[in-house]
Every structure is written in C-alpha cells, then in structure tokens.
Design a protein around this ligand. Structure first.
Ligand code: ADP
Ligand code: MG
Length: 334
C-alpha cells in the first residue's frame, strides 16, 4: 500500500491496532504475509465472498459496527445455506480519506461482537486507500464433513420447497430505514428496520440440515425468495411452484401487505438471509421436529416439478391454484 488510508495511521499501525486483536492463531498475529489454516481431517472448506460499496449496498448512515456486522452476516448466510460451520474470514478494505481511527475502532468492535457470537476469527486481509467510496469485502471460510455441502443443484421432481423464518421484512425494513411506513407503530417499524440492518444467518439450522442429510438442495435468500427458489430450480433443472398463501409473513409485514397489497414486493425484495431448500416428502416429520428443536419457523411453501418448457420456471400460485403474474423474481445486487 502506498498512501495512508484515512487516518494518520500507516497501514501496519492500523492493522496492529484494530485488526490484530481480532485475529485467531491462523492469522499468525497478522505479522506474516498469509494465514495458515489446517482443516480437520475428513472435512472440506466451503469458501464464499461478498463485497459492499457505500451508497450502493448500504445506505452510508449506519453506525460502523452495524456495517461490520451486516457485512460479516451476509457472508455467514452463504455458509448457512451450504450447511457449513463457519471458522474464519479474510477482510479487504478500500478506505477513503474520510475513514478515521474512531470509525475503524467502532467497525472492529462490531466484528468482535459477531466473532464471539458466531465462533469465528479473523484470518487476515488487505488494506488499500481509494479516492472513491468505501468498499468492504469479506471472504468467509466454513467447514463441512466430506461431501456434506448442500448444493443448489440437488433437488428432484416431487421434492417439497421450504423456507426458514419470515420473508419480506428486510425489503420493508429498508423502506423504514429510508423514512417510509410512518403510519406503522414504532415497535413494528423497529422490528422491520432491524431485520434489514442486522440479518440473522441461520447457521445452526443449515448445519443440522447438512449433518442429518435432510435437504436435497439449498441456497440462502439474498436476491428475493422467488429468485433464490429459482436459482435452486435452475441448478436442479426443474420447475418450482411457490404457493403464495403459504409464504411466511411476520405480523409487521402482514400489516403492510394487507394495507396495499405488496405481497409480491415481500417475495421478491431480497436481503432476507433465510434458507430456501428442497427436501423429500419423507422428511416432513424430521423437519417439523428440527424446527421445534431449534425454535425456528420453517414453512413448506411449494414443490419442485419436472421441467415443462425449454428452461426452468418459477410459478407463483394463488390460493385458487392459478398462476399469478410476476414481472420479476428478485433483486440484482450490483
Ligand atoms: P501484503 O503486503 O502482502 O499485501 P500486508 O502487508 O497488506 O500484506 O498484510 C500484512 C498482514 O496483515 C497479513 O497477514 C494480512 O492478512 C493482514 N491484513 C492486512 N489488511 C488487513 C485487514 N484489513 N484486515 C485483516 N488483516 C489484514
Ligand atoms: Mg506481505
């Protein structure tokens, strides 16, 4: 790195002060050129990356600790959808001159809180300065038992379609964060906004799916429920039916949907960070038991069918069984 990022600290001071305290033994104190990680025998590494640009992927008004947690959780959500146990991450920062020591301190405190919550450590990263906006990137590493990773492409015709949690909260929560839905009670606005700002990756559930070999295919819901169900369908060379009236909607989101019919926005809005997955009908009892054990809402919302046309199709079926018009399946995060 040539010029100093943001603060009066040089790169090495910045790493030593803010990031070395977060590093696990694999990071070698962040004093070497690379991290050294030894996977447990019989395990495979699942690796995923997600980047965020200020003003594009976050609003820019967030507290630095919340930005850090959201960045980390978005990555952990990808691991959850693969049934992986997270172990650590690399952090790459492109820092504009406006980022100072107090920002970095708060950012690191958010990372620390989530490292403790999710049982992970920092492996290392890279730091550069930029004349453009703040760009943050994490590469997360997770472990699965040999061949246990749940892929997108494993569903069969006749499999059920499920999703965890509730859908649409984050899409509405983003509007709340931008000053919308003032007519809602403050408690519901706070709930929706929190669901947008601080997603809750379903790691324990994903891990249980993989360990018990319950799911035939899975993905996390980042682009929108219909889009991500569609990703599973495409990778599995199937069509998928989603039953609109089975979609799990929180009381706060239900109030919005009842008011102005925004069900489609909930199903396509994205940023839910739930797990959408396929499982054989023979797994229904096992899934009910798992949901109860984890106190997690798990909803059976559709089914996979043999492909009918030239390409995979997502059909949203109304209560009467008739397909509903959908102009787009989800959101493209670019
Ligand atoms: P190089 O010069 O080879 O790019 P650096 O000097 O940038 O390496 O990095 C030195 C050490 O600091 C490495 O262990 C690297 O992983 C770590 N590091 C650099 N930036 C960050 C960061 N933003 N977060 C965590 N670790 C970092
Ligand atoms: Mg080096």
């Amino acid at each position: 790195m040539s010029s100093e990022p943001g603060s009066t600290l040089g790169e090495f001071d910045l790493i030593a002060k803010y990031f070395a305290p977060l590093a696990g033994p694999e990071g070698l104190g962040l004093k070497d050129d690379a991290a050294l990680f030894t996977p447990k025998p019989g395990t495979q590494l699942v690796i995923t990356a997600d980047a965020m640009t200020a003003g594009v992927h976050f609003l820019g008004d967030e507290q630095p600790d919340v930005i850090a947690q959201r960045l980390l959780r978005v990555n952990l959500s990808d691991l959850s959808g693969k049934g992986a146990r997270p172990c650590g991450y690399l952090l790459s920062l492109a820092l504009p001159g406006t980022v100072d020591g107090s920002w970095l301190k708060a950012f690191a405190s958010g990372l620390k809180a989530d490292q403790e919550q999710f049982g992970i450590v920092l492996f290392g990263g890279d730091t550069v300065s930029t004349p453009g906006p703040l760009v943050l990137s994490i590469t997360a590493f997770g472990e699965v038992s040999q061949d246990a990773m749940i892929r997108r492409g494993g569903a069969d015709a006749g499999d059920d379609l499920y999703v965890t949690g509730t859908i649409g909260d984050a899409a509405f929560g983003l509007e709340v964060a931008r000053g919308g839905f003032l007519e809602l009670p403050a408690k519901q606005r706070a709930y929706l906004e929190c669901r947008y700002r601080l997603p809750q990756p379903r790691l324990a559930f994903g891990l249980a799916l993989a360990e018990a070999n319950i799911a035939s295919a899975a993905a996390d819901v980042s682009d929108g429920l219909l889009a991500d169900a569609g990703h599973v369908a495409i990778a599995s060379c199937l069509d998928v039916d989603v039953f609109a009236d089975r979609a799990p909607i929180s009381p706060a989101a239900a109030e919005i949907i009842a008011g102005d019919g925004r069900l489609l926005q909930a199903l396509t809005g994205g940023d839910d960070y739930e797990i959408v997955f396929a499982a054989k009908p023979s797994q229904r009892d096992a899934l009910s038991a798992l949901a109860e054990q984890q106190s997690l809402q798990v909803s059976r919302i559709g089914a996979f069918r043999a492909i009918a046309g030239a390409q995979s199709e997502v059909r949203l079926l109304g209560a009467d069984g008739a397909p509903m018009n959908i102009d787009r399946l989800g959101y493209s995060h670019r």
